[in-house]
Design a protein around this ligand. Structure first.
Ligand SMILES: Cc1cc2nc3c(=O)[nH]c(=O)nc-3n(C[C@H](O)[C@H](O)[C@H](O)COP(=O)(O)OP(=O)(O)OC[C@H]3O[C@@H](n4cnc5c(N)ncnc54)[C@H](O)[C@@H]3O)c2cc1C
Length: 381
């Protein structure tokens, strides 16, 4: 395993770090306060080729891999998790999924707009009654004439309130259980498809989350992604790379918290010296550093294996990367608030936002309990 980035990857990292620090960070407070979509960052991410990072160049993508997507996720998460979630949802869950599973016609129609950011996409699996047990989804797609009629609802959908295009998982053959799921592309404005509530959230406030409602929504068969009842395969095709990316995102959050703490601890004076000189603060900083390094190693190992075409072999490692990234993000941001003391609790410093944003890492994209379940099941099999 090679632990060095290539020259091209280092250049990408520099470019994304500049974007993150000069353009994303200055807006982070405002988009969190106003709970608004980061349009400025979104547009720039499209121009810089970050949305379509894994899409082939002929569709307007950058033609790169999971390692490069991880670099993007880590650098943006280190300054603003909301912006990272918004961008990575499009890059990973929508565009990468399209690249792997959509037909040539679907790619030609939608990928250029998705890569430029002109089309905001979302991926909808979760339902009010189907979260961790997502396979128990109830949204029904019944065959009718040359298409399907959808009835039901999705919830907690990232970018859903702003989406122009939704990739929606539905049951075409409920009697087949997990083997009866199919995936549909549904454009905003399609009769019978409407946006429900936009949620008010603790964190990820710049990344809109909402409900999608389907009432006798007809879609032609051309909107089916892959074949009927192939939804489970489509779901599985991206699962491990998605978990690896979430792991890197967690390491990025922890790194952002560590960087903020290093600067603050050297500057803040108590008892006549910088708090960085107290051993109990040093212990926290050292622990955070170990977590960041370990989180990066685990997640980038996963990314490298995905890029070697071995994503299908790494269920337990990808779950471990997601789990560890989520836990270190929460741990580091909680310690960061502690290191900042009273100021850590105030909105004039970013660490309280980091902590609120980190909490979602243990819930979204499969909870920490579910990752532990996946790992232990495989260990014991
Ligand atoms: C901000 C946000 C954005 C999201 N974005 C999307 C999106 O874009 N698309 C999408 O489809 N979904 C999205 N989700 C949904 C997310 O994936 C689910 O919230 C998550 O999978 C957990 O499901 P749940 O919330 O229904 O919790 P539940 O499944 O109800 O879990 C409740 C608790 O029970 C525990 N639990 C459940 N089953 C087990 C078990 N077998 N063993 C032990 N403990 C268990 C869980 O770990 C958790 O602690 C998003 C969620 C949020 C909050």
């Amino acid at each position: 395993m090679n632990f060095d980035f290539t020259e091209e990857q280092l250049m990408l990292r520099k470019m994304v770090r500049d974007f993150a620090q000069k353009e994303v960070a200055p807006l982070a407070y405002e988009i969190d306060r106003d709970e608004r979509f980061p349009y400025e960052n979104w547009k720039r991410a499209g121009e810089l080729g970050l949305l379509g990072i894994t899409a082939p160049e002929k569709y307007g993508g950058s033609g790169l891999g999971v390692t490069e997507m991880s670099i993007v996720a880590e650098e943006i998460a280190a300054v603003c998790v909301s912006t990272c979630a918004t961008i990575i949802h499009q890059a990973c869950l929508v565009i990468d999924n399209f690249v792997k599973n959509a037909s040539e016609q679907q790619k030609e129609r939608y990928l250029p707009g998705l890569c430029s950011g002109e089309i905001i996409g979302c991926l909808a699996m979760t339902e009010p009654g189907a979260g961790s047990d997502v396979i128990s989804m109830q949204l029904r797609a019944e065959k009718k004439g040359d298409g399907y009629v959808l009835n039901g609802a999705k919830t907690f959908i990232t970018n859903g309130p702003n989406a122009d295009l939704a990739m929606v998982y539905a049951k075409t053959s409920p009697e087949l259980g997990s083997r009866g799921i199919s995936v549909f592309l549904i454009e905003a404005g399609t009769p019978g498809f409407k946006k429900g509530k936009k949620f008010e959230k603790m964190g990820w406030r710049g990344s809109p989350t909402g409900e999608l409602i389907f009432e006798d929504c007809y879609v032609p068969k051309e909107n089916l992604v892959g074949n009927e009842n192939e939804g489970l395969n489509i779901l599985m095709s991206g699962l491990n790379s998605e978990r690896v990316i979430m792991g890197v995102q967690g390491a990025g959050i922890a790194r952002g918290a560590l960087e903020a703490c290093l600067a603050y601890a050297k500057e803040r004076q108590q008892f006549g010296k910088p708090i960085a000189q107290f051993q109990m603060i040093q212990e926290k900083l050292a622990n955070m550093y170990v977590d960041v390094e370990a989180g990066e190693l685990l997640a980038y190992k996963g990314a490298t294996l995905c890029d070697q075409g071995r994503a299908g072999e790494i269920n337990k490692l990808a779950a471990a990367a997601k789990l560890f990234g989520s836990e270190i993000a929460m741990r580091a941001t909680t310690e960061a608030v502690q290191i900042f003391g009273g100021y850590g609790y105030m909105k004039e410093f970013p660490v309280e936002r980091y902590m609120r944003d980190a909490k979602l890492m243990q819930i979204g994209g499969g909870t920490s309990e579910i990752q532990r379940h996946i790992i232990s099941k495989q260990l014991l099999s």
